[in-house]
Design a protein around this ligand. Sequence first.
Ligand SMILES: [Cu+2]
Length: 165
Amino acid sequence: MKTISIRRLAGLAAAALLATAALTACAPAAPASPTITDPWVKAMPEVMKDMDMTALFGVVSNPTDETIYLTGGTVSDASLTETKLDAHEVVKGEDGKMKMQEVKDGIPVPAHGSVTLKPGSYHIMFWNLKKPIAVGENIDVTLNFSNGSTLKVTAVSRDIANYAG
Ligand SMILES: [Cu+2]
């Protein structure tokens, strides 16, 4: 198994911060639309039958006066997956077991509030992965919202076992 050094991780974090700062500095006074902080994807070092999926997490914020629903998205790299990303939640089934299911109307992001996508809760589901996702890889996706806005996101992949949050 490959490991990633602390120094490299720190470098990645610094690069991410710089990228964020650059985006903020260049952003025009666009109409208010949802944003995401700390976007990440669960790394999938191996893709096997029935294990060809992963999910995106992060904190989605809504600066507008109305609830907006996160309805799904698409992956930029068709060689990773061509399947549309679904808005999912984890619920307790009638048999008492936890299961995930599509959120029909999308994941609600409250007005002037935020929703946290995290393991065991809301997430954006990837299906039919065609290749593995290594730890530290950047995954570009576009998220879609009920108000017609879209959000381009670069999520870094993490080893879920090392996820402290
Ligand atoms: Cu799911």
